[in-house]
Design a protein around this ligand. Structure first.
Ligand SMILES: Cc1cc2nc3c(=O)[nH]c(=O)nc-3n(C[C@H](O)[C@H](O)[C@H](O)COP(=O)(O)O)c2cc1C
Length: 360
């Protein structure tokens, strides 16, 4: 057992990734009850609905779990850019007999300004709170730590990891470029180092003083074993859990995961305004069509339009405009209950660990 697992009070070096809109309290509870760390993502929720999710999860398990928030810099409105975006999307809406919204805005609040969410965490005290897209204020970090909550932060390069360690986080989620969903980059306007999970994990393990959790493209026990061999304290898997019955992914997302689209994931900022890895679908192809050459409105303002288009298309039976986030390991996805998946991962991890050099 590594120091991190001991501090967490869990047996297995496996973390089910928080996935706003896809992970659920039932999924996180099944994973935590199986001895790994389950997570829920409340980044797109307000404090009232986050309370409902935390209470429902706490009612399903006595084991530790992780609650994840988005810590992006609040969006800067740019009415002209937003109008141009909606104008460009108009023909896409019209294909489904709909009109684009007349205005788009910030559909959710960053944790960096969400006092009610902070108070909720201090009251409910989940074992872990994790940050994606940056860090909250030193005061918020100090209060969460004083409440005995362990803190994780995503990092996509050494600089972000060093900032997170200096701020006092307890572990770094090393998010490789392979990973499904949004890149955790602190500054989406800056250059992206695009480090793969192997180089990033190794770099952070050798340079930072806190445990490193590897994330990105890890789909089975052999992948977890490889990350542990690199010095990671645990592996965080997102895409591997999308097809579990406990997931709230819609049928279109599930079907796409088991289609040829799974072999061609793409990094796109068109859906939400921030780079995210998605299955190749009708929305990602707009980069060569309606949205060619245009700059997306700030995150999450663009997501307001993206979600409206997905809903208009879905109402007419076209599911390919959804935010079908998935990592590069998507073709290795399996559909099974979350607890069975954890047990399968453990068996595979043991088999990988027991494998002899001579067998290679
Ligand atoms: C559908 C989906 C939603 C995600 N949502 C979040 C989220 O809300 N918060 C977060 O920190 N990471 C989120 N991620 C990223 C994961 O934390 C993790 O970095 C990623 O899943 C690892 O790569 P993998 O998908 O290849 O396993 C999401 C990933 C996916 C696939």
């Amino acid at each position: 057992m590594t120091g991190l697992l001991k501090r967490l009070g869990i047996e297995l070096p496996i973390i089910q990734a928080p996935m706003a809109g896809t992970s659920t309290p039932a999924m996180a509870a099944a994973v935590s009850n199986a001895g790994a760390l389950g997570s829920i993502g409340v980044g797109a929720a307000n404090a009232a609905s986050a309370r409902g999710m935390i209470e429902s999860l706490a009612g399903l398990t006595n084991k530790p779990f992780n609650v994840n928030v988005f810590t992006h810099r609040p969006a800067k409105a740019d009415p002209l850019r937003e109008l141009a975006w909606l104008e460009a999307l108009k023909p896409e809406f019209e294909r489904f007999g709909a009109e684009p919204p007349t205005a788009i805005g910030q559909i959710y609040t960053s944790f960096v300004t969400d006092e009610a969410m902070l108070e909720l965490f201090l009251e409910t005290r989940p074992a872990v709170v994790s940050f994606h897209f940056g860090l909250p204020s030193p005061e918020a970090i100090a209060r969460l730590k004083a409440a005995g909550i362990l803190l994780f932060s995503s990092a996509t390069n050494l600089d972000e990891a060093e900032k997170a360690v200096a701020a006092g986080v307890d572990a770094i989620v090393a998010q490789g470029y392979e990973a499904g969903g949004h890149r955790g980059v602190f500054d989406p306007a800056g250059p992206d180092s695009q480090l793969g999970v192997t180089a990033l994990t190794r770099l952070l393990v050798s340079r930072v003083s806190v445990p490193v959790i590897a994330a990105g493209g890890i789909m089975d026990g052999a992948g977890i074993a490889a990350m542990l061999d690199l010095g990671a304290a645990a592996a965080q898997l997102g895409t591997a859990f999308i097809a579990c019955p406990e997931s709230s992914a819609d049928q279109y997302h599930r079907d796409a995961l088991f289609s040829p689209a799974a072999t061609a994931t793409e990094m796109t900022a068109l859906i939400s305004g921030r780079p995210a890895r998605c299955l190749h679908n009708a929305f990602t192809t707009l980069k060569d069509g309606a949205l060619k050459g245009l700059e997306a409105p700030d995150y999450p303002i663009a997501y307001d339009a993206g979600k409206a288009l997905a809903a208009a298309a879905r109402a007419k039976g076209e599911g390919g405009f959804g935010a079908q986030w998935a990592g590069q390991g998507a073709p290795l996805a399996r559909a099974m209950p979350a607890a069975d998946l954890v047990r399968t991962l453990v068996a595979e991890l043991q088999a990988a660990r027991g494998g002899k050099e001579a067998d290679r």
